[in-house]
Write a protein of this length. Structure first.
Lengths: 268, 470
């Protein structure tokens, strides 16, 4: 699994199921290297599902299944020879709700390197410092690294989670609505951090906030919902990738009417 | 209160204001009635607990009326023989009981018993201390002063004290009185004792006795209520509970981890198997303990006798050992530990697992570094419950074959044993009333042990909780 070419991910005819229920259908998308790609769309359109398929996080959900190709640097991530543990080390993830471990700030960041067998105190110290600096948290916490990660504010916790993620030197950072639990000032700090991180990492972000997608992302994928009446008055719903374009173009000149209505805020 | 919503509309279900106020008063009253019920529940529980404590304390302290062959206060000058020197004790024994004093010397002599009185002290005490100038004399030729010096130089102070307390004083309890009567009706009790026993007994003394005393805890069991102690049963219980926890904790937590983390929910049959196992564990938690006792008897005492008796290591004896009892108790408390550990593991927030997996942790790393530490307070709660149950259980131990008359402290997993609840039962079943006071004192020991073990576990639980909160 090495990254080559301009694309980090190439998804071809991807269908994702939860049990027997189809959640996302026919996703074809290429996600470029060292850019921020935003996934937007109404609730239930499957944008988080696709995001979690990128580092096999869906494997943890009972009954989740995927067919199609998810290629990362040319390698199909869903081949039987690929170990999801390695995938997740290379493709890190930041979650919607800040979820630091109930440990000290230091141990939160040292957790990933320790998983890989790093024991040397001096090396861990260096990793902790550089990751905290890399997530703009160092100046706020450097005096008290022994403090519990849970004692930080929400925005600080989320930056700690980002620091923790970059500590295992991933190639990609997936962010699942990283700012939805934060206030505007903390959100701004995270967005600045993302613009900085993209110089080294490929970032894919799911967001409900269209202004955020506009502010930070280079490319935007708009997901939408398709439905079909089923026998017995029930309704079948699944998500599709409705439109994918450079952010500026998608917001200024959307190709479909549905996208336009969504970005104008008429539904979602 | 002003009506915010216009309720003049006939379709509205809202009552008019007067009806609303009446209804509200009714709803509040119902709440208050329930509150009274809840408070009453707590009060009843507390009263029951207080009654238990009162009953136990009332029996384990109080006046006793005893006769003495020798008044203990007259043994040495000043009255307190426990504080006297070796020489004073030796002199007292020689003064009061000359022949038994010689027997104390005989017990340590180097010559055969039948030659003890005819051989000179140099032979009798070969290798020991012979006071100057007495070496050529036999023991019967000594003056009391000389005998005293021989006893004081050769017999240890502990032996002298034990002899005085057990044999010389010769205390025989005539009657015991509960604490409350002892405190408030001492005069009546003394008059009663004088009237009842004054004519026929000598050397009667009425004194305040605490049946729970340091010597009670460190003394082995005896058939004499004055001299008996609880150390045999206490050590038996400590050994049993210790081994039970050592066995049940890892197995219980391991089973819980399997059921919660590994029982492959993606496979229909594995899933059904796991649910079946879980249901049965929950049912096992309710099985009467005597049935576990029978199981333990069949498996550990009989079938696995080579292991539980320790004969594979060269120990001798049958399978009715501490090990058998501990393994049976471990079976008994396993369901409690498993169920609680499962709940604790299930309660670990999924976000922590996701974060761990998201950083490239394997399943085992996630379990070991996140799930178990986060679940540890809950797991320990289950262990506390299991341990408390193991301390109090009596029925399985009776079936396993705890000895009720055992006068040797247990010294390892292959010892025969008795345990506190069994000892307490045995004492209360004795005809002599003094043993009920002894049993009450043993109950206090049991409660304190329970409290100590629980406190340790609670301390551990808080330690892990604090560690999690940072």
């Amino acid at each position: 699994m090495t990254q080559n070419g301009a694309y980090a991910f190439e998804l071809k005819d991807v269908n994702i199921y939860y049990g027997t229920k189809l959640a996302v259908k026919d996703v074809n998308i290429t996600i470029p290297n060292q850019k921020i790609t935003a996934f937007i769309g109404p609730s239930g359109c499957g944008k988080s599902t696709v995001l979690r398929a990128l580092n096999r996080m869906n494997d943890l959900i009972i009954g989740a299944r995927l067919d199609g190709d998810v290629r990362f640097g040319g390698q199909n991530l869903y081949e039987p020879t690929v170990d999801p543990v390695e995938v997740r080390r290379r493709i890190g993830m930041v979650f919607q709700k800040p979820n630091p471990f109930p440990k000290s700030i230091y141990d939160n960041i040292a957790y990933g390197p320790r998983l890989l067998g790093v024991r040397a105190k001096s090396m861990l110290d260096d990793i902790v410092e550089s990751c905290l600096k890399g997530s703009y948290l160092w100046d706020e916490v450097k005096g008290d690294l022994k403090k519990s990660g849970l004692a930080l504010s929400g925005g600080q916790q989320q930056r700690l989670c980002i620091a923790r993620t970059i500590a295992v030197e991933p190639e990609v950072i997936l962010m699942d609505e990283p700012c939805s639990a934060l206030d505007p000032i903390a959100t701004q700090a995270i967005e600045e951090l993302m613009r900085d991180l993209v110089k080294q990492y490929t970032i894919v972000i799911v967001t409900h906030n269209m202004q955020q997608a506009q502010r930070v992302s280079d490319f935007t994928a708009f997901y939408s919902i398709r439905k079909e009446a089923e026998s017995g008055g029930k309704e079948n719903r699944w998500g599709i990738l409705a439109e994918y374009a450079p952010t500026e173009r998608l917001f200024s000149n959307p190709a479909s009417e549905e996208t336009e209505r969504y970005i104008r805020g008429e539904f979602g | 209160m002003a009506t915010v919503i216009d309720s003049s509309d006939n379709k509205s279900f809202m009552p008019d204001e007067a009806a609303f106020k009446r209804g509200l008063a009714g709803r509040q009253t119902r709440g208050r009635v329930w509150q009274i019920f809840f408070v009453a529940s707590i009060v009843i529980a507390l009263l029951a607990l207080l009654a238990l404590f009162f009953n136990v304390v009332n029996s384990s302290f109080g006046l006793v009326a005893s006769t003495f062959q020798v008044d203990p206060d007259s043994i040495v000058e000043g009255g307190d023989f426990a504080a006297a020197s070796t020489e004073e004790l030796a002199a007292a024994i020689v003064r009061l009981r000359e022949n038994p004093a010689k027997v104390l010397v005989r017990d340590i002599s180097a010559v055969p018993t039948n030659e003890f009185t005819t051989r000179p002290l140099n032979d009798v005490l070969a290798g020991r201390t012979v006071p100057e100038g007495l070496g050529e004399l036999t023991i019967n030729e000594l003056t009391p002063e000389q005998l005293t010096s021989v006893v004081a130089a050769n017999v240890s102070r502990d032996v002298l004290l034990t002899y005085i307390a057990d044999d010389l004083v010769g205390e025989d309890v005539l009657e015991t009185f509960p604490l409350i009567d002892s405190l408030f009706n001492r005069g009546t009790i003394e008059a009663f004792v004088l009237e009842e026993f004054g004519g026929e007994e000598e050397n009667i003394e009425v004194y305040f006795r605490s049946w729970l005393r340091p010597s009670f805890i460190v003394t082995k069991q005896s058939s004499d209520p004055i001299a008996t102690g609880v150390s045999t049963a206490l050590l038996g219980t400590v050994w049993i509970v210790g081994i039970t926890v050592l066995v049940a904790f890892p197995i219980g937590v391991g089973a819980a981890i399997y059921l919660e983390e590994y029982s492959t929910p993606n496979n229909k049959w594995a899933n059904r198997f796991a649910r079946l196992v879980e249901t049965n564990i929950r049912n096992l938690a309710g099985v009467p303990s005597i049935i576990y006792g029978l199981l333990g008897l069949a498996i550990f005492v009989r079938a696995l006798v080579d292991i539980t008796s320790g004969s594979f290591l060269g120990f001798e004896g049958n399978g009715r050992t501490i090990l058998s009892a501990s393994l049976t108790m471990a079976l008994l408390v396993l369901p409690v530990i498993i169920i609680n550990a499962q709940e604790a593991i299930r309660a670990v927030p999924p976000s922590i697992r996701e974060a761990s997996y998201g950083l490239g942790a394997t399943k085992w790393q996630t379990i070991w570094r996140q799930v178990l530490p986060a679940g540890m307070p809950g797991i320990l709660t289950g262990t506390i419950l299991g341990m408390s149950r193991a301390i109090g259980e009596t029925a399985p131990l009776v079936v396993i074959g705890a000895s009720t008359a055992i006068f040797v402290d247990p010294n390892g997993p292959f010892s025969s044993f008795t345990a506190l609840p069994i000892q307490i039962y045995q004492w209360t079943a004795r005809p002599q009333p003094e043993f009920r006071a002894v049993a009450a004192a043993a109950i206090i020991v049991l409660l304190v042990l329970l409290l100590l073990l629980n406190a340790t576990a609670i301390f551990l639980r808080q330690y892990f909780r604090r560690k999690l909160q940072g």
